[in-house]
Design a protein around this ligand. Structure first.
Ligand code: F3S
Length: 293
């Protein structure tokens, strides 16, 4: 059995920065810290942060003079103002790549462009981006959602950072077909692209793929989809406890990848569980061999 771990598996730069910022604040402050939404899409990590004093809130209303952390997904301009207006201290853990999208959306919106956001309308990052153009952006989840009849003089297109590159190209092509003058900004994060490409390459040669990460984490769900397209036996698990060793025991090559919110200790636990069983299998086969002799 060979286990191959994708180089890009686990925390991306933005998530790592967000977790570090909140952990540092927990060490420096006696008071509770509030994170606006789960800091990352990983229940094991957010439960541990909660235990240490970083509690999840869904709304800033009613929180005054506290410490509020904005996660890597970012939030709209109005929410940033509401945090400051409440006299709260802000820990701005918005990923710099997401911040760059906010800035460009805001600039183009002020110049009179209609903003199109390619992404998932319900995703907090998309809602946050829309909050930098007064929530007037049009969210496009597929090429059929591109408006065909409306007249826009100027259009600026951005994408959710975790968008699948193929889908982004498909929707962009459709936009350019209808609105040839549209400004298309490919704002997909490289970390996502690298992770998706590595997953596809690994899945193509693996007998089984294990994708580790939150079952509701959009970037992990996308990784599992990509993996499944190349390797039918793709298992999506959140923790080592969910790995059924019976599912992998006949596999020669096992590929492992993990979403951007998966801490390295969870990846390590999964590998440990596999290698332990591998060692036991070896021991068993050695025993059988010596018995046969
Ligand atoms: Fe940032 Fe890219 Fe991660 S946008 S949060 S580094 S996936």
């Amino acid at each position: 059995m060979e286990i191959i771990l994708a180089k890009s598996a686990g925390y991306c730069f933005g998530v790592n920065q967000a977790v570090e910022m909140v952990e540092e604040a927990l060490l420096k402050n006696e008071e509770a810290i509030y994170t606006l939404g789960p800091l990352i899409h990983n229940r094991q990590v957010t439960d541990e942060l909660d235990r240490r004093g970083a509690h999840i809130i869904s709304d800033v209303e009613g929180i005054k003079n506290g410490i509020i952390a904005v996660r890597s997904h970012g939030v709209g301009e109005d929410i940033m103002s509401a945090i400051k207006d409440g006299g709260n201290r802000l820990i701005d853990a918005t990923c710099p790549y997401v911040k760059k999208i906010h800035k460009r959306v805001n600039e183009y919106h002020k110049k009179g462009y209609q903003i199109f956001i390619i992404g998932d309308a319900d995703h907090p990052e998309v809602i946050g981006i829309n909050g930098w153009c007064n929530y007037e952006g049009i969210i496009l989840g597929n090429k059929n959602s591109v408006p065909r009849t409306a007249k826009y003089d100027k259009i600026c297109v951005v994408a959710q950072t975790t968008m699948n590159l193929g889908v982004f190209h498909e929707i962009s092509q459709e936009i350019l077909r209808i609105y040839p003058e549209a400004v298309i900004l490919n704002t997909i994060c490289n970390a996502t692209k690298t992770r998706q490409e590595e997953t596809a390459a690994l899945a193509a040669k693996a007998d089984c793929m294990v994708v580790i990460g939150g079952l509701h984490s959009s970037n992990t769900v996308k990784l599992a989809e990509i993996s499944r397209a190349h390797c039918k036996k793709t298992l999506h698990i959140e923790t080592a406890a969910e790995l059924d060793l019976n599912d992998i025991k006949t596999c020669d090559i096992i590929g492992i990848t993990a979403g951007a919110s998966t801490p390295h200790w969870i990846i390590k636990e999964v590998i440990n569980k596999m290698t332990k069983s591998f060692e036991e299998m070896l021991k068993d086969s050695e025993m059988e061999a010596s018995y046969e002799e």
